[in-house]
Design a protein around this ligand. Structure first.
Ligand code: MN
Ligand code: MN
Length: 460
């Protein structure tokens, strides 16, 4: 009976029981590099900039339309500083399709409003409009940094990054003390902290003069000294507040990584590192680092934008191939994080089908909400294709349904890739506390996601 059980049952194994010392070392090295990338990439702009710097070292050059492309060539296209497409030209024609791994590099955060600065009771604040799906109560009483870009009157731009360096000041949204929170504590978690209540404290010392709004004047004066900006310049600015936590190891065993923005820079880095490491691929490889996934992949830098099609059409034209012929034979891993089963919240977890820490890259046949609404739903054949590939390449992987049916749900860029007639499967790193200011992932799963992407690029 045991033999029959062994033969017929599907039993998952913890990844640590499946890898040897060599892989554990490779996993540590990979995660150390990822932690440095994440620490320095707090926004999509910074993620693109840092990816381009690493791509340059890996032999990638900017793609110029009309460029002759030979097998083995490595090119990238920067879309407005917020999206990055990278390609390694394969030995086969693009008429045979390409292998795509796409992840997003935007994360939930607090965007500043266009006229953010105001003074109240001799304290100065910044008004915000939150970006992406977040639990508002998590964003108060944590240190925040300011990042972004201001477009000035003379057409030049100034980049702002304030709070990342050790000696730089941080910012914060205050909350009520428990002693005076009797009424607040009766509210639901959705109502206790409101969107309009997320105002960031930015100063308290008044300008040494008579008159009104002296604290605001002092803050503007400091900003003017630092960046040469005035209040009107905020009108044409994109400034965001993000958590000021350093990326760090978590657990006495150091088996996990804590940080802001794992969703989805943890998969973006896996796809990026995999295309760097893909050696002489048969089919062309394409890595996408995209923006705006957290608000529906909209906008000119989101996955619904035709910027990607333009890049791919350029590559195809150089080989005399129609874009639609390339797309219909292409395959895509939509690399996005999934919710890990959280033992503290068993009521929403589907233990049998959910993804667990250290069980490897989570493969999601379908996402969506309610009756799979909004899901791309990969075919059995496509899941089968990757199941065989991952077995061949010894990638530790698991199935990853987001949670119990009707408890909620989510989406990724998968459906926008599938809309282009590209076979697409979701696969990514399981995360705990997803969309919180400080998210947690397991190192082994990060490394296995990289291995999955590399396998796809080299043999997918
Ligand atoms: Mn995501
Ligand atoms: Mn997300």
């Amino acid at each position: 009976m045991d033999e029959l059980r062994e033969k017929l049952f599907y039993e998952q194994k913890n990844g640590y029981d499946l890898i040897g010392t060599d892989e554990r070392i490779a996993c540590e090295d990979y995660c150390a590099a990822y932690m440095r990338y994440l620490d320095a990439s707090r926004t999509e702009r910074e993620a693109v900039k840092n990816a381009i710097a690493e791509a340059g070292e890996a032999g990638f050059v900017p793609y110029v339309p009309g460029m002759a492309l030979r097998p083995g060539m490595r090119v990238y296209r920067n879309n407005r500083g917020k999206t990055l497409f990278l390609a390694v030209i394969g030995r086969k024609s693009l008429a045979e399709g390409c292998v795509i791994c796409g992840a997003h590099i935007d994360s939930p955060r607090l965007d500043l409003k266009q006229l953010p600065l105001y003074e109240s009771d001799e304290m100065c604040y910044l008004r915000t409009h939150y970006y992406g799906g977040l639990k508002k109560y998590q964003w108060v009483t944590i240190p925040l940094e300011l990042h972004g870009l201001v477009s000035l009157r003379d057409g030049s731009s100034v980049e702002i990054a304030l709070g990342r360096e050790k000696d730089e000041p941080k910012f914060v949204i205050t909350d009520l003390l428990p002693h005076l929170a009797a009424d607040q504590m009766k509210k639901t978690m959705a109502e206790g902290i409101t969107g309009e209540g997320l105002n960031i404290l930015i100063g308290s010392a008044p300008y040494a003069d008579e008159g009104k709004d002296r604290v605001k004047l002092a803050v503007l004066s400091l900003l003017n000294d630092l960046y040469g900006i005035d209040e009107e310049d905020f009108l044409s600015a994109e400034l965001v507040a993000v958590p000021a936590f350093d990326v760090c190891e978590i657990g006495l065993d150091r088996s996990m990584i804590g940080g802001y923005g794992h969703d989805d820079r943890v998969c973006a880095y896996a796809a990026l590192k995999a295309i760097f490491d893909a050696r002489e691929p048969e089919r062309s490889c394409v890595c996408i680092l995209t923006d705006k996934e957290e608000i529906g992949s909209e906008g000119v830098s989101g996955m619904q934008s035709e910027a990607f099609d333009t890049f791919m059409a350029d590559l195809c034209e150089s080989q005399g191939v129609a874009l639609r012929r390339c797309f219909e034979k292409s395959v895509c891993l939509s690399a996005d994080v999934t919710a890990a089963v959280d033992p503290l919240y068993p009521e929403v977890s589907e233990k049998r089908n959910g993804s667990k820490f250290n069980y490897g890259v989570g493969v999601c046949k379908f996402s969506g909400v309610r009756g799979k609404y909004g899901s791309s739903d990969a075919s059995a054949e496509l899941v089968g294709h990757f199941r065989r590939l991952f077995a061949r390449r010894r990638v530790v992987w698991q199935m990853a349904e987001l949670g119990k049916v009707d408890q909620g749900g989510g989406g990724t860029i998968a459906k926008f890739m599938a809309k282009r007639n590209i076979d697409t499967l979701d696969a990514g790193v399981p995360v705990l506390s997803m969309h919180a200011p400080f998210e947690v992932v397991a190192k082994l799963d990060c490394y296995m996601t990289y291995k999955a992407m590399l396998a796809a690029f080299e043999e997918g």
